[in-house]
Design a protein around this ligand. Structure first.
Ligand SMILES: NC(=O)c1ccc[n+]([C@@H]2O[C@H](COP(=O)([O-])OP(=O)(O)OC[C@H]3O[C@@H](n4cnc5c(N)ncnc54)[C@H](O)[C@@H]3O)[C@@H](O)[C@H]2O)c1
Length: 362
């Protein structure tokens, strides 16, 4: 299926923050992938993102329906806000294209189910872009767990927190699907579910109620603080945390407690650089409000947080017409979203939820 020069032909839909993450990956995957078209509402955003990573010779579109209908490509990379994922992906799948879909897979489980069904009907692949699986530190942590370095994992704690999304589309439930848990917590949720092969049995969650019920963000429709506790069928416990009340930069971290050891991964603040600056560097880490004083400027953010290896994996899968690794399939994105939705229900109704798919076990 790859194009005439043997490369996977990509139509990138979106030209802002999420698209920038993927462009950082494509920039280091030029041997395998070719950006044949970029679709963005604002041509200056399209040009800026292409210039930043040194891409040229692509077609420019401002309407994704026309782009999907007209662009001859192998894969459509969906980097638009959450509320569009379903429509863009289904249109592309029906056109016979594979799709890469940014997190969360959709804003509702019902939409995500339709996407997975559309992929099956078309015989095409959904590549669910959960970049945590490609963060080098988390890949190494998984390898350490697999070789038994900490014995049997008993308890996993995983979080993504920061001070609030930059995106206007993250402020309303219609556009985002919820608040911090769907927008940030979907990363630790997807990662932990993937680690445990989706074999969760029980779930209980708490969340602030949005707007005036929030801890800090009184204009945000979704919650600004949420936690979910999960039990897996082998007895492992997990705590997933997501909030918008964290100052000082994005916290992405995983702790795993095992029978014979413990493992701590800090993706955000583990840079080997310690810097004290009076004027402040231009950038240190995502969502840091200030950069003055002491900081840990991230070395290579696209690589550290997984986008680089993620795009390469998806291009290799596309070229070989195969499904991605576990945790990154459409079904995995659907399950992460289903659990987030159930967490919202648990928090709202103050109930403990059992996983019907796992029967009475656990
Ligand atoms: N993996 C990660 O760590 C990560 C980080 C940030 C964002 N994301 C994901 O990337 C996706 C995009 O988020 P973002 O941060 O780039 O958002 P953004 O608000 O920065 O940019 C959204 C862009 O989409 C355009 N847009 C909005 N609705 C549109 C429509 N109907 N048709 C065409 N264009 C439309 C806007 O004009 C804007 O250019 C989201 O799904 C988000 O969850 C992932």
């Amino acid at each position: 299926m790859p194009g005439r020069n043997g490369k996977v032909r990509v139509l990138l839909v979106g030209a802002k923050f999420g698209a920038d993450l993927h462009m950082g990956g494509y920039a280091r995957c030029r041997d395998l992938a070719e950006i044949v078209a970029i679709c963005g509402r604002h041509s200056e955003q399209v040009q800026a993102i292409a210039d930043k990573y040194g891409f040229s010779g692509f077609a420019v579109h401002d309407d994704y329906e026309r782009a999907i209908a007209e662009v001859d490509c192998d894969v459509v990379d969906v980097c638009l806000p959450n509320y569009t994922h379903h429509d863009v992906a289904v249109a592309a799948l029906r056109r016979g294209r594979d799709v890469i879909v940014e997190k969360p897979l959709a804003t509702t489980t019902a939409d995500a189910e339709e996407m997975v069904a559309a992929a099956r009907a078309a015989g095409r692949h959904i590549y669910y872009a959960e970049d945590w699986f490609f963060a080098p530190a988390l890949q190494r942590a998984r390898a350490l767990i697999a070789e038994g370095a900490i014995g049997t994992p008993l308890y996993i704690r995983a979080k993504e927190n920061h001070s609030g999304s930059h995106s206007p589309y993250a402020q309303t439930i219609r556009y985002c699907g919820g608040g911090a848990m769907i927008h940030l917590g979907i990363h630790p949720m997807g990662f932990v579910l993937g680690l445990k092969e989706n074999r969760w049995t029980d779930l209980v969650a708490m969340a602030t109620g949005g707007l005036e019920h929030n801890l800090k963000h009184k204009a945000l429709e979704g919650e600004d603080w949420a936690t979910a506790l999960l039990t897996f069928d082998d007895g492992t416990r997990a705590l997933i945390e997501a909030n918008y009340v964290t100052s000082g930069g994005m916290e992405d971290a995983v702790d795993v407690y095992g029978t014979e050891g413990v493992l701590h991964v800090d993706l955000s603040f583990s840079s080997p650089i310690r810097c004290f600056s009076v004027p402040g560097p231009s950038y240190t880490v995502e969502k840091a409000e200030v950069t003055t004083g002491w900081s840990n400027p991230v070395v290579d953010e696209r690589y550290t947080f997984g986008s680089v290896d993620e795009i390469r994996h998806f291009m290799e899968c596309c070229a070989a017409d195969r499904e991605p690794r576990e945790g990154l399939r459409g079904e995995d994105g659907l399950e992460a979203l289903r659990v987030v939705e159930l967490a919202y229900r648990s928090a709202r109704e103050k109930i403990w939820i059992r996983n019907e798919k796992m029967g009475q076990g656990g």
